[in-house]
Write a protein that binds this ligand. Structure first.
Ligand code: SF4
Length: 268
């Protein structure tokens, strides 16, 4: 056990933790930056993290789970994770975080903003004290975007094609429109996600990523057109009636999506 207190910031690949890393770089020079790699991340996440690493001037340590996603899936009998069966966060993110820390006393920096209300999976081990610098300093979404722009890093690269959250390419927190965009941008990853839905086929079961809609239904041209139309109508309405959220929409953070509670450790 280390006698000194360690300062650790877990990056998710998302905008808030990246902005927090930039914000804290000169405030806590001894900060350790880590990323819990599920090995099922988007390629853009690795690219973004390597640019962030260059900015920070320090390596970002990548933790790995004890067993791969596929191995755990086998253990769970082909039952892919969902918001009700969320085994992935604990096994692929939280456990590797706690293993990395061990029994050391740690200050854990989390990028929750002052303008959001959400909770999620974080470690509650007695040797870990979690702090929320953006909340303490009253920093909201506009500040986060400003920090990222001023640094030259910008928003996560995956926001360019309309993905709003970091995390695994198959994450069940995705909106339907994001599945459509995944298929258009990374058809190979969409196919892999689709194959996982039938991992339990031999037992006569299938589990779906997007509610009760199989991806092979969601990808049909008429369904894609319907999803896109619905999203456009919703977006126009939000822009019209909610101008204070404009910066979020332009920043790639759809307010509707902000309301979908994800995992802090995966997606902040
Ligand atoms: S990003 Fe989504 S699928 Fe991946 S570990 Fe987190 S909750 Fe699970």
């Amino acid at each position: 056990m280390s006698k000194t207190v360690r300062h650790i910031l877990s990056l998710s690949g998302g905008k808030d933790s990246a902005a927090l890393a930039i914000y804290m770089r000169d405030r806590v020079p001894q900060m350790e930056y880590i990323f819990h790699d599920t090995e099922r991340e988007l390629p853009e996440t690795y690219e973004y993290l390597s640019r962030l690493e260059a900015y920070l001037g320090k390596p970002i340590h990548k933790t790995r789970p004890d067993y791969s996603f596929d191995k755990w899936l086998e253990v769970f009998g082909g039952m892919i994770p969902s918001s009700h069966r969320r085994w992935c966060t604990k096994l692929l993110k939280l456990n590797p975080f706690e293993d990395y820390i061990g029994d050391d006393r740690v200050v854990n920096y989390v990028g929750l903003r002052a303008d959001e209300e959400r909770e999620g999976y974080i470690s509650h081990k007695a040797n870990i004290r979690t702090v929320y610098p953006f909340r303490e300093d009253g920093k909201g979404i506009e500040d986060i975007i400003q920090i990222l722009e001023d640094s030259g890093l910008g928003l996560p690269t995956f926001t360019k094609w309309g993905r709003t959250r970091s995390g695994c390419y198959f994450c069940f927190f995705q909106q339907k429109i994001e599945w459509v965009r995944l298929k258009e941008t990374h058809p190979d990853l969409f196919e892999k996600a689709k194959a996982y839905e039938y991992a339990n086929k031999k037992n006569g079961n299938a589990f779906y990523w997007s509610g009760d809609e199989p991806l092979e239904e969601l990808e049909k041209p008429e369904r894609v057109a319907e999803i896109k139309k619905k999203w456009e109508v919703g977006r126009a309405a939000r822009l019209k009636g909610n101008s204070d959220k404009l910066v979020q929409i332009l920043g790639g953070a759809d307010p509707e999506d902000e309301e979908r509670v994800g995992c802090l450790i995966c997606q902040i």
